[in-house]
Design a protein around this ligand. Structure first.
Ligand SMILES: O=C(CO)COP(=O)(O)O
Length: 266
């Protein structure tokens, strides 16, 4: 099996906390995670680590990361397509940039399904993120029904095409392939399935943004990632990391996922 050694793409292990951990819990969590990784001599340049707390935690996380110079990236779980104004409950990319967020998750399946987010809204949010130099972490993925009807790649490919509608070829983006049926189900995709879709997504990047951008853009797999299955995903040539939900809330488990190279000797 191929080992992921593309030198242009630093693997990224990202923790999507969803609606978990308040700002006080976030401080304790991030501190412990950083200590745990430091104790384990984690090489952050070799495998980047990012956390995605709820909006209300971001200021606390920013303060901690900055004061203690923690080598952790962080971002928000969503962003408004709007800049400012009468949009009750929305959060501008300008505010996230002020909080030194590096990333923002856009188009997570929970936003698409629970909040009816359309491909057009996802594209507008991607444009808004890039405007503020936030790296959009664009989520795509098929439902179980899509999988049965269209196979694994069709819907994620169409979603990525739509999300990139306003993107020019200089953009720094991250793509996450998260099959809806694998999220929170304990039933991850097989590494082969993830690779097949990731390769198709890289084809879309090549077509729309050019070879150079496609070569350096990280494509993550998400959906029931655990310490026990991460290494097999990371062996796939087009899988450059993981977007981890439930397992990112358990420090030893998340740390073990981040340190996947250690326990498989990659
Ligand atoms: O939705 C996810 C990350 O964004 C995946 O969640 P789980 O890792 O809990 O399956």
């Amino acid at each position: 099996m191929a080992v992921n050694i593309n030198p242009r793409r630093t693997p990224l292990i990202a923790g999507n906390w969803k609606m978990n951990l308040d700002h006080l819990q976030a401080i304790a969590f991030v501190q412990k995670l950083a200590w745990n990784l430091k104790d384990a001599n984690h090489d952050f340049a070799a495998v980047e680590v990012a956390v995605f707390p709820p909006f209300t935690d971001l200021r606390s996380v920013q303060t901690l990361v900055s004061a203690d110079k923690l080598p952790l990236a962080f971002g928000a779980q969503d962003v408004s397509a709007q800049e400012s104004g009468a949009y009750t409950g929305e959060i501008s990319g300008a505010f996230l940039a002020q909080l030194e967020c590096q990333y923002v998750i856009i188009g997570h399946s929970e936003r698409r399904t629970l909040h009816n987010e359309s491909d057009e809204q996802v594209a507008a949010k991607v444009t808004a993120a890039l405007k503020h130099n936030l790296v959009p972490l664009i989520c795509v993925g098929e439902s179980a029904e899509d999988l049965a009807v269209h196979g694994p790649s069709a819907v994620p490919v169409a979603q990525l095409r739509a999300a990139l509608a306003g993107v020019t070829n200089a953009a720094d983006i991250v793509v996450a392939y998260e099959p809806v049926w694998a999220i929170g189900s304990g039933q991850a995709a097989t590494p082969e399935q993830a690779e097949q879709v990731a390769a198709a997504l890289r084809g879309v990047l090549t077509e729309l943004l050019g070879q150079d951008v496609a070569d350096k853009t990280r494509i993550l797999y998400g959906g029931s990632v655990k310490s026990g299955n991460i290494a097999a995903f990371m062996r796939e040539p087009n899988v450059d990391g993981a977007l981890v939900g439930g397992a990112s809330l358990d420090i030893p488990e998340f740390s073990s996922i981040i340190r996947y190279q250690k326990h498989v000797g990659l």
